[in-house]
Design a protein around this ligand. Structure first.
Ligand code: NAD
Length: 302
């Protein structure tokens, strides 16, 4: 059996098109566009690259985009007052502080200072709590898990009543995706198990999964024989396992592998995400969706 490939790049393009239609309509009817500020402290190359992709995507959608670059020397109080400024700015609907921050700054303090109603990353304790409560309380879903849900829904895999096994319990992926899929809501209503480093028999749990979400960061952790025939396998892991020369640019690039052995797993699974090109492209897409959602809340049309 060869699994249906869940192509994150195609689903990303589909969603971005849908968002653009909504943005244009809101602009026409209300005369406003979503506003997103990305605060970058220092010059970490990986952070610059992430921020650049976010900015490019926001600009392509017609968002108001502010890139606020700050020196690595910035003091914690200065960063807090910058956040306060954007919290009070009605033209800004999403505030994003690129992590990691320099050691002298308390990341938690900074992230918690963001107005939860502008926390488009969905990591503020208020938004984590809203997700736990569910229903109408939910404002922003964290981006990578929200992207995973979209991938499953748009692949056509039935989530309602499915046995979902999530491998990994991080606050960024494992816990929130488990929470999202067990909601009493469309695209959810699953029976969810969360496995982690202290799980006694990981193979046993994986074998039961109709939908297996693996977010451990361990290349090849899930063995092909642990996959239930026909299951939907979402491989969130991004592991650098070496380097190669890019055919396109001639430059050195990382060889990336997921937490699942793709070549063997695709012969057993019913649906599977590739790495790269599966979950990866969804994170920024969901950030854009959250920022638009924030504007819609602001306008009272969400
Ligand atoms: P993390 O290190 O914070 O958490 C990993 C989790 O996996 C932990 O809860 C741990 O208990 C569990 N785990 C680790 N080894 C295990 C094992 N042998 N058996 C069972 N459980 C095990 O990582 P994270 O931030 O959740 O990220 C996980 C992976 O997803 C990483 O490879 C990361 O790069 C990737 N990721 C990708 C995206 C994206 O594509 N957009 C976003 C976030 C994370």
């Amino acid at each position: 059996m060869t699994a249906k490939l869940i192509k994150g790049t195609e689903i990303r393009d589909e969603i971005l098109k849908e968002l653009k239609v909504e943005v244009d309509k809101i602009k026409e009817e209300h005369g406003v566009v979503p506003g997103l500020v990305t605060i970058l402290v220092g010059e970490d190359p990986a952070s610059i690259s992430y921020v650049t992709s976010k900015i490019r995507t926001a600009q392509n959608l017609g968002y108001k985009e502010i890139q606020d670059n700050q020196s690595v020397e910035i003091k914690e109080e200065e960063l807090l007052s910058l956040i306060d400024k954007y919290n009070k700015d009605d033209s800004i609907h999403g505030i994003l502080v690129q992590l990691p921050l320099p050691k002298h700054i308390d990341e938690k303090k900074i992230l918690n200072a963001i107005d939860p109603d502008k926390d488009v990353d969905g990591f503020h304790p208020v938004n984590v709590g809203r997700l736990m409560i569910g229903g109408g309380e939910v404002k922003f879903l964290p981006c990578t898990p929200a992207g995973i849900q979209e991938l499953i829904v748009r692949s056509g895999m039935e989530i309602e009543g499915a046995e979902v096994v999530v491998v990994g319990r991080s606050n960024i992926v494992g816990k929130p995706i488990a929470n999202i899929l067990l909601q009493k809501a469309k695209g959810a209503n699953a029976t969810v198990t969360v496995a982690h480093t202290r799980t006694k028999d990981l193979a046993f749990h994986c074998k039961r999964a109709d939908i297996l979400v693996v977010a451990a960061g361990v290349p090849g952790l899930v063995k092909p024989e642990w996959i239930k025939p026909g299951a939907c396998v979402i491989d969130v892991g991004v592991n650098r396992v070496g380097e190669k020369i890019s055919e396109k640019t001639g430059k050195k690039i990382a060889i990336l592998k997921g937490d699942v052995d793709f070549d063997e797993a695709k012969e057993i699974a019913g649906y599977i995400t590739p790495v790269p090109g599966g979950v990866g492209p969804m994170t920024i897409t969901m950030l854009m969706r959250n920022t638009l959602r924030s504007l819609k809340f602001h306008l009272g049309i969400a």
